[in-house]
Design a protein around this ligand. Sequence first.
Ligand SMILES: [Zn+2]
Length: 479
Amino acid sequence: MFDLIIEGGEVIDGTGAPRLRADVGVFRGKIAAIGDLASASATERVSARGRIVAPGFIDAHTHDDRLLLMPTTGPHPKLSQGVTTVIAGNCGVSLAPLVTTNPPAPLDILGNDGWVYRSFAAYLDALAQSSLALNVACLVGHSTLRVKHMADLERAATPEEEASMAADLTAALAAGAIGLSTGLYYPPAKAATAQEVIAVGAQLKALGGIVAMHIRDEGDAIDEALREALHIGRELGVGTVISHHKLVGTANHGRSVETLALLEQAAQGQSVCFDCYPYNASSTMLLPSRVKQSSDVLVTWSQPEPGAAGRSLKELARERNQTEEDVARALQPAGAIYFAMSEDDVSRILSHPMAMVGSDGLAHDVRPHPRLWGTFPRVLGHYVRERKLFSLETAIYKMTGLSARRFGLTGRGTLAPGHHADIVIFDPDRVNANASYGNPTEVSSGIDAVFVNGKLACRDGSTVCAGAGQVLRRQGALL
Ligand SMILES: [Zn+2]
């Protein structure tokens, strides 16, 4: 007897193995059987004929820390893509532990409200008590710890400050955080040394945490920045995730050949992988220094000039008879989309066996980068079906089994008896990201049904249940 049988679909189990025709039986939130269940009885049967049945996608890189606490009204940016688990707290930015009403950029990508959690445990408890649309595992942000413990962010931490940050991290790991994230690229952490990160993360190994890093430079100095991140990972002795691997600036286009070679070489001696999103434009805080690197810049939000959201910096500069940098300064604080990558690098990075899919979407932007609503269907529709960059089995592995293993999400990410019933049913011929730079919050098509812990959460892009998610507390990464 099953609660649910998903029948007749092509099952792609998330391990990278070839698809097979099978029914999937669910009982009490878990997968109970995979095979021919034609004669089994079930409370509910759902047909998946002509469809792919896969593990719910894991968004390996998100900034959903505050989104998760907000009520879901209408379509959900992640559920509607087939995502059932997100990794929050990336790029050095986590909503806890920090109490402030005035977070410095880029912490403000999570908004100015909601910074009310003195401890990470309190934040995880708040998540657990709220109606979670999907599952979440959380990283602790190094920049958040710096803002909490350092009066002067323009210098490296003192041994006392390192100890305070390390103590907060240890408490967070004990409460269930899965690791540390860093953003040495950003102003609040620019002055931090590798040694500081190593001191802060000293307990990661003993407590089974990982480290995810937005490296110091993704442009001209990417080689040094990658080597620094690999050094930190090695010294910490823990699984290392390089965040949203990419190369920005025309001068660096094509250099993914060398960065991937460097990562492959490092992987011989340490546990390392990376996430990436399937677009050749990036998005973060509006930094005047990045204007020159980009062929175009779109404003995603601006506090003094909300009407600038969605506008091109070039156009604004022309209208105002100013330089783009001047306009960028006038719009602060603000966010932007930068067109500064080459499609060849994006394809090469995404295809690499070490690549996981992560959206890096920014849910609180007025006109967000389309990756927030479109990342997963874009990989399946554009890169797999249209461009045939890799197989559907490989794509799903990058979205599920690989990420679950890297982040230590036991019992998730693959379809197997005993595993949690996070499941997506989609149409491989129709799946498509409809979000674009012009229409950034358009719901994707072809994602028929999404189950979170055995409950139907989303049907054809519409939210059915926004409360089936769980907080996934650290179980120790299996790397
Ligand atoms: Zn980042």
